[in-house]
Design a protein around this ligand. Structure first.
Ligand code: NAD
Length: 354
């Protein structure tokens, strides 16, 4: 199978490419603009494999997308490219809408034209998988049941609104034009190669540097967490086997407040990299003014993907966070240049990724 992965140099896209490229029968073509969030270092492991190709380009470039689809005889598009930073979306919504909504529209138009040009059997086999977020559903109260695939959309931030708009376009291309699509909505991810401004790497790296660990508001906001390798495995399954025209929730069933999560990271670091004089990394935790419109709780019902496709996460929250902490402790070659480079920070230099 020939895959086109958009956003393959990002956090989740690169995990997916590392997984897909393991099968030498498959070909993995990445289209990525390499914005501040993309890194070739994340693809270092597979860059020189014969079944892998990287193309630097913009998903909004219709000509490039059409040429790639035809040239590489793509069978499955997995679309992850996006502006993914909630704080940045609050400060500069236009670029987020342009990439996430217009970019998805360009891909859909190119994919439909390409699919229609294929011989009948290949037309039937072609699939377009759109990767989205649980944030499209809005937020929950503590006692509310989790979101299912049928929950109404109620996005809060420009980021989640742009992802919701893209989801609707993808569904419309299925219903109106018959494009074979499948969608996934996933909860917060953690794991290797996540851009250092996001909550978990920010916490680990600030702690190691002895800097303040910022937490929005009271830290009581609840997120569901999933290890990125579990997400990548789910994406590979849904892309190939998911029921067309439908969506699947993907989550770890591992809800945790931001404060509990940060304290867990501090405790793991206390064991792995103890501070002198028995001091704890928890002493670095600093509460900062809350993000506008900050969602209280996300929680996903993942019954559908578990029952229909037999997927379940392999990492528990604790084992996933330990793995993530270990990775950052041992891979400064990847994050140090990014931290050293003065990337454009957010209002608070903090991303709760949700
Ligand atoms: P990321 O920010 O780490 O990576 C995004 C990638 O997209 C980068 O490599 C960037 O260079 C590329 N990109 C951006 N604009 C582009 C454009 N115009 N053309 C081509 N490439 C472009 O993002 P991520 O965290 O890996 O998220 C990937 C996808 O998964 C996104 O669609 C996001 O909405 C979704 N998602 C993320 C999470 C999460 O916790 N990170 C959870 C659920 C869903």
């Amino acid at each position: 199978m020939n895959f086109l992965v958009t956003g393959g140099a990002g956090f989740i896209g690169s995990a997916l490419c590392r997984l897909l490229a393991r099968n030498s029968q498959d070909r993995v073509v990445v289209l990525d603009k390499l914005t501040y969030a993309g890194s070739m270092g994340s693809l270092r492991q597979i860059c020189s494999q014969p079944n892998f190709r990287f193309v630097r380009g913009d998903i909004r470039d219709r000509q490039l997308v059409s040429a790639l689809l035809a040239e590489e005889k793509i069978g499955i598009v997995i679309h992850l490219a996006a502006e993914t930073h909630v704080d940045r979306s609050i400060d500069s919504p236009a670029v987020v809408v342009d990439t996430n909504v217009v970019g998805t529209l360009v891909l859909l138009e190119a994919a439909l034209a390409y699919q229609r040009s294929l011989p009948h059997a290949e037309q039937l086999a072609f699939r377009f998988h759109h990767v989205s977020t649980d944030e499209v559903f809005g937020d929950l109260d503590a006692s509310d049941p989790c979101f299912t695939e049928q929950s109404p959309y109620a996005p809060s931030s420009p980021y989640s609104a742009s992802k919701a708009a893209a989801d609707h376009l993808v569904r419309a291309w299925h219903r109106t034009y018959g494009l074979p699509v499948v969608l996934t909505n996933c909860s917060n991810n953690h794991g290797p190669f996540q851009f250092p401004e996001k909550l978990i790497p920010l916490t680990i790296l600030n702690a190691l540097q002895g800097s303040a660990i910022p937490i929005y508001g009271t830290g009581r906001n609840v997120r569901d967490w999933l290890h990125v390798e579990d997400h990548a495995r789910a994406l590979a399954i849904v892309a190939k086997e998911g029921r067309l025209g439908t969506s699947y929730n993907i989550g770890g069933q591992a809800e945790c407040t931001n404060l509990d999560l940060v304290e867990m990271i501090c405790d793991i670091l206390d064991q792995k990299r103890p501070l002198p004089w028995g001091k704890s990394y928890r002493s670095l935790i600093t509460f900062v003014p809350d993000r506008p419109g900050h969602d209280r709780r996300y929680g996903l019902d993942t019954t559908k993907i578990r029952n229909e496709l037999g997927w379940a996460p392999r990492h528990s929250l604790r084992s996933g966070i330990e793995n993530t902490v270990d990775w950052y402790l041992h891979n400064d070659w990847w994050w140090e240049p990014i931290r050293a480079h003065r990337y454009q920070g957010t209002r608070l230099g903090l991303e709760n990724n949700s």
